[in-house]
Design a protein around this ligand. Sequence first.
Ligand SMILES: [Zn+2]
Ligand SMILES: [Zn+2]
Length: 406
Amino acid sequence: MTKINSKQQVGAFQLLLKCFNRRQATIMSAQVNKDNVDDVGLAEYPKAQRENGVFILPWSGRLTGMLSAMKWFMTSPNNSNVPGNTLSRFYTFDNQELDQTLPVLKPVKKTLESPPADNVQVTWMGHATVLVQMDGLNILTDPVFNDYCGVARMIGVKRYRPVPCTVDDLPDIDAVCISHNHYDHLDYTSVCALNKRFGNKIHWFVPMGLRQWMRDSGCKNVIELEWWEEHSHPKFTEESKAVKFCFTPAQHWCRRGINDTNKVLWGSWSVIGPRNRFFFAGDTGYHQIFKQIGRRYGPFDLAAIPIGAYEPRGLMQFQHVNPEEAVDIHEDVKSNFSLGVHWGTFNLSYEHYLDPPKALSGRLLKLGISDKEFHTIKHGETKVITKDDTKTAQERRNAVVFETST
Ligand SMILES: [Zn+2]
Ligand SMILES: [Zn+2]
C-alpha cells in the first residue's frame, strides 16, 4: 500500500480546501468553430462562449475533477520543501534560510516614482503581482499585498516570502489588470487598500462577469471586457499617446465561492502603448491560442509569464504551464523579454519551491535561447527593459525568418 508522508498530507489538506470550493469537476468542454479556422484548426480570435451564465472554453480542455484531483495529490510525491513548512509547523517558515534562497528587496521609492520615459520598468511584488511602468502609465497586475491568499486567514495559504512593499509605498497607480478571480490573483484586502489610497485615479481592467464584485468592493472605474475586446486608458486622449488594454485568452477557469464556477471569465492582458507593449499571461495552461495573441499584438517588449505551480502534472497541466511551456508562450506571443512569475511566494503545488527558475534555465539552454530573453528577478527587484535586453530575441527571430525565406 502506498504510504502517505507528512508533506503529502500538507498538500492534501491544501487541496481539500481548494476542492471544497471547487465542488465538482468544471464543465469545460468545447466545440471549435470550423467556419474560420487557422493553421492549428482553431477558430481565428475565438471568444469564450457563455451558457446558462457559465463561460466555456472555445476549444477542448477539461479541468481534472475533484476525486481525480484528490487522487493526484494523495499519491504524488510532494517535493515542495519550503524551509520550515512541515505538518507539525503547518504555517511556519524558516525565514533565515528563505532570506538566503529567496531574498526580498524593498523597492526604491525614488526609482518607482521616476521611471524612464521611453523604456518599460518592471518591479516584481511576488507571485503574479507586477508593477509595470510604461508610456506614462503605472500598471499593476493581479495585486496581492496580503500575507495570505484565500477565503480567510485561518484557512488561506500563507505567503512564505513577505510582500516587498505595501500599497502605501507604491507610486500613483493608473491601471490595474485582473486576470481572473482566484484568491491568489484577486485579493479583497488589497483591492480595498488600493481604493483607499488612489480612489478614482485607478481604472480597473477586469474580465467579463467581475464588474459587480469590483463595484461591491468600492471600485469606481471598472472596465469589463470579453476576449479580444480593447479599451484605451482615458489618461491620454490623443491618438498618438493612447495606451490600449486588450483582454486576450488564456486556458484556465474561475471560482471564488460556492456555486460560482466559471461565472466570471479568465484571460490574459495585452497592453499596447505608442512606444512599448506588455503582455500579462495571468494564470494559464498551454494552448496554441498564444500564437494568435502574438500575431495580433506581438512582438512584446515585456511579458510576465507564469512558471510555477505545475506539479502534480496530471492535475495541473490544464490550468498551469510548466517552465517548458512558459518558453512556448514566450515564443508564441513573440516576447522580446519575459519575466517568470507565479512562483516563490505561495506554496500551491508539489514541485520543489526553487525548481521553476532552474527548469526555465534548463529549457532555454536546451533550445539554444539565451537566458537574457527570459529569466526571473528577486522579490521587490526593479528592472528597466533596455534595447540591450530585447535585441537578443529580435536578432534570433530575424535570423530564423531570414533562414526560412532563403
Ligand atoms: Zn487561477
Ligand atoms: Zn494562480
